[in-house]
Ligand binder design. Structure first.
Ligand SMILES: [Zn+2]
Length: 379
């Protein structure tokens, strides 16, 4: 069928005669300027329930979008639904602007305008879009550690608009941290890491909330830290904390985005056994017990290439965003290992251990094991 099209000038003349003009672009697109007098109703909402926005099928109306494509498509669909007197504006808002016809900025408060500007490149992605971006704003992520992994990960999560970050760490910034923990600056040396991180994150994006918890994480406070969060990011640098976090995520049914790094090597995975008991593996399915303290790198500090935690931390942030948006395929059941010297990535399938002491479906939660005391005692 042929779609009735009007030039912007013709549409403007009809509009001044009282014909309704509807801008069918998404709200974030209209935020950049829309035809004066137009009513904003996104195409999806209009087509989902035309009768709500256009109660009278006999009435004449016009649709406008960005370039004329979407409005033309919508006109075709609505014609099928019995709307006989409608037209699409050829060339859309772009042509309207070129023709010098009046545009208005929709009334938005400062927060809304910031939202549409700041996340405009996210809003262009159909996999994120306005609904996804609002979902990120409602999300809460626990970041354990404001060091090598937590620094780049939380930086990107704040930038991406994750609304609430809870960061726990009891360390202070040392000069030897700065070659990799890029959230901290020279001026922050001697400051609590969580306070330094909070300051930088809010400087980057004042619209996120950052809860800075300067505490040593242990079995005493882990339950409180897990409250209300959607995803947990493991930025720990030691085995006792990693096992504690794994067990807590199973107990509280939270997905855990894991990474570990050493020298030039790293590994990343998502452990989602808490929500997928018996299906998805946990960290203990892979490594049932921590290594003896004398073999654990945290007890005998290994070196690390400065960029390495950045690489791993940004992969973790990527997995967190995917989980929050429910898009793509998470690293659940896959261990991604990389060697930065050779720049090779290798993926290993990992499966849930039916005899896992913590995540096997029939096993009641065994309680937390305080490896921390054991390790520090031995050290
Ligand atoms: Zn397990």
């Amino acid at each position: 069928m042929s779609i009735r099209e009007l030039t912007p000038e013709q549409a403007r003349a009809r509009q001044l005669d009282g014909v309704l003009l509807i801008d069918v672009r998404e709200a974030h697109e209209r935020a950049g300027g829309m035809a004066e007098g137009a009513l904003g109703v996104a195409k999806g909402a209009l087509l989902a329930d035309p009768g709500r926005h256009l109660p009278d099928p006999e009435r004449e109306f016009m649709l406008i979008c960005q370039s004329g494509k979407r409005s033309g498509d919508a006109v075709a669909v609505l014609a099928e639904a019995g709307y006989g007197r409608l037209a699409s504006v050829a060339g859309g808002t772009v042509a309207w602007r070129v023709a010098g016809l009046p545009l208005v900025q929709p009334l938005l408060d400062a927060d809304e305008r910031d939202f549409y500007d700041r996340y405009s490149r996210h809003l262009l992605l159909p996999q994120v879009g306005e609904a996804g971006q609002r979902r990120l704003r409602q999300s809460r992520v626990l970041v354990l550690g404001a060091g090598g992994l937590g620094a780049p990960a939380s930086f990107y999560l704040a930038a991406a608009g994750v609304g609430h970050l809870r960061i726990a760490d009891d360390d202070v910034v040392e000069r030897s941290n700065l070659h990799r923990q890029i959230i901290h600056t020279e001026a922050a040396v001697g400051m609590a890491k969580v306070a330094s991180a909070r300051e930088r994150l809010l400087a980057l994006n004042p619209h996120v909330e950052v809860e800075a918890i300067r505490e040593r994480v242990s079995s005493d406070n882990i339950d409180a830290l897990m409250q209300g969060v959607d995803v947990v990011l493991d930025g720990s640098d030691n085995f006792p904390l990693r096992y504690l976090l794994n067990d807590a995520c199973i107990k509280h049914a939270k997905p855990l985005v894991y990474a570990a790094i050493e020298r030039f090597d790293g590994q990343v995975s998502v452990f989602d056994a808490g929500r997928q008991r018996g299906q998805a593996p946990c960290y203990r399915c892979l490594f049932p017990e921590p290594p003896p303290p004398e073999f654990a790198p945290n007890c005998s500090e290994a070196g690390v290439l400065g960029v390495l935690p950045g690489l791993a931390g940004v992969m973790q942030a990527t997995e967190v965003l995917k989980l929050l948006l429910d898009i793509g395929e998470p690293l659940t059941g896959r261990l991604l290992r990389f060697d930065a010297l050779q720049m090779r990535f290798r993926e290993t399938r990992i499966t849930a251990d039916p005899a896992c002491p913590v995540c096997a479906p029939s096993v009641p939660f065994p309680g937390y094991i305080d490896y921390a005391a054991f390790c520090s005692h031995r050290a």
